[in-house]
Every structure is written in C-alpha cells, then in structure tokens.
Design a protein around this ligand. Sequence first.
Ligand code: NCD
Length: 320
Amino acid sequence: MTSAEQISFPHRHLLGIEGLKSDEITLLLDRAEGYVDQNRQADKKRSLLRGRTIINLFFENSTRTRTSFELAGKRLGGDVINMSVAASSIKKGETLIDTAMTLTAMHPDVLIVRHPESGAVRLLAEKVDCAVINAGDGSHEHPTQAILDALTIRRRKGKLAGLEVAICGDVLHSRVARSNIALLNTMGARVRVVAPRTLLPAEIGRLGVEVFHNMADGLKGADIVMMLRLQTERMHGSFVPSIREYFHFFGLDYAKLAAAKPDAMVMHPGPMNRGIEIDTVLADDIDRSMIRQQVEMGVAVRMACLDVLTRDLGNGPPIQ
Ligand code: NCD
C-alpha cells in the first residue's frame, strides 16, 4: 500500500477538480490502476457495490461517458439505472429540483449527473442526500475526464509533475479543458493553451496557463498535445471563419506535431471531429495517439470514483 492509499477521500461528492488536493488525486489514480488490471481479465465483476443503486442522470447527450459509468457501476456489482432527460423537456431550475426530489425518494446511493448548464450539478447535489458525481456541467467541469486523462498520461510518461502539456482548440466551451488545467496545475505539470482569441475564455489569464495563438509556438517542446473538439453546439454566432481555415491553422497533423518533443503523445476526449481539429490518420496512429487508452482508463477511473465515494459515504464536507 502506498502512502497515498492510506489517505481517505474526505469528500462526499465529486463535483470538480477544483478543491481536490494532489494526494486526493493520487489516491484516485492509484485506486484506478488496480481496476485497469481487473478490467483486462475475463471475469471483470466484483461485489463491492452489491446492494447499492447508482443512477445515471443525463440531461445532455452522451455515449462514452454514460456507458463508461454504467460499466464501472456494474463491474463493481452495483445496480445501475440510466435516465436520459431530453434537452427539450428541461424547464430549467424547477424541473431540476423536481427531478432531484423524485430521485431522492428512490434512495439511490450515487447520482451521476450531466447537465448543459454550468453549476447545475452542484445545485442538485445540495438538494439530494446521496453522493453526486459531476459527469460534465456546461462549460464548467468534467472531473472524471481529467482524472482519466491524468491516468493515461501517468501510465505512459511515468509521472505528471514537470511535464509540458499543450491543450489546444476550443478552450472557451470546454469543461474538459477547465478540469484538466486544474488537475495538471495541482499535480505540478506545466500547461499551455493554444487557441484563436475567439475560443479563449475571458478569465484565461487567471487559470495559471501560458497562452499561445499559433500551434508552432504552442507545441514547441510539449510532452503531451491534448486536442479539444470544436463544440459547435455551444456556439451562438461565428467563432471561426471556416472549418477549412480552422484545420489549416489549428488542426493537429503530423507537420504541426513535429514542433513537439519527438516522443510527444496526442490525446482527445472524444467525440472527435476528424479533419477539423485532428487529422484522421494521426488520430488512429497507435505510436502517437493515446485516444483509445483514454477510453479504457475511463472505466477504471470511474470505478475508483464510485469506490471511494461509497466507502466514505457521509464522512466529510462537499468539495467547495
Ligand atoms: C467531452 C464532454 O462531453 O465534455 N466528451 C466526453 O466526455 N467524452 C468533450 C466533448 O464533448 O467535446
């Protein structure tokens, strides 16, 4: 048992990376390592969550995140229910609280929530009496994505501290970017963001990152190049002149990747817009791309999160 394994997880919910300490993140990463091995065996099932009810409550479309949480819950022996609430039926505020009240009456142990509005998952967590995991709220946070990205990087590079990580593309609309910036800074990596000015949030200067507006400078010497999806569904108005021009300047291909370290690895949270933010051959190149490993690590990380939140149920204050 490492020293991080002995530290208990003092939070009732997992609402974001902000508020997590480095030893708490390390605890989740170490716990997930064990589940990676379990998930590669023929018998993947354990009974840790036997008798527990987990509800996947998704107010926004999702394939991999919802499936990943569902598998994670089932592999730990829990009962998993999927509830998808169509975006059109959301009458903000009241509906969310009503849903929370209804679900609470069913005595779930963990609620996994994705919602298009930033802050909605925290609001819901305040109204229910079970553990809540944020599976993505608006452009705010997506903590399990950042933890699975960290596990993918740590397994490949052997560490997080001291690495140069370039996060590129639509940072403005990306909860993945926010959670990754928070996690990587906490773990001692150095983060740069590379994006056109129109795709950066106003508060970028306060996030502890170096900002670049072209790939050649931003990728120089990077160990990891993390690409983000151009999130057109969150764009109201025109943020990029044209898709062709976007790929020309900000799409990752072999030529742009050449500015990074020779052993630099490429990541993308999915779903990918092939040919828009990333060259399709590069995305599938197992020598340069870790996109498949990210998906694999996702299940293990979500098992670790369910594990720690149910073991320590009710033992501490929520993450602030
Ligand atoms: C991300 C999300 O939903 O925030 N995807 C994911 O969780 N796999 C990123 C994205 O949608 O681009």
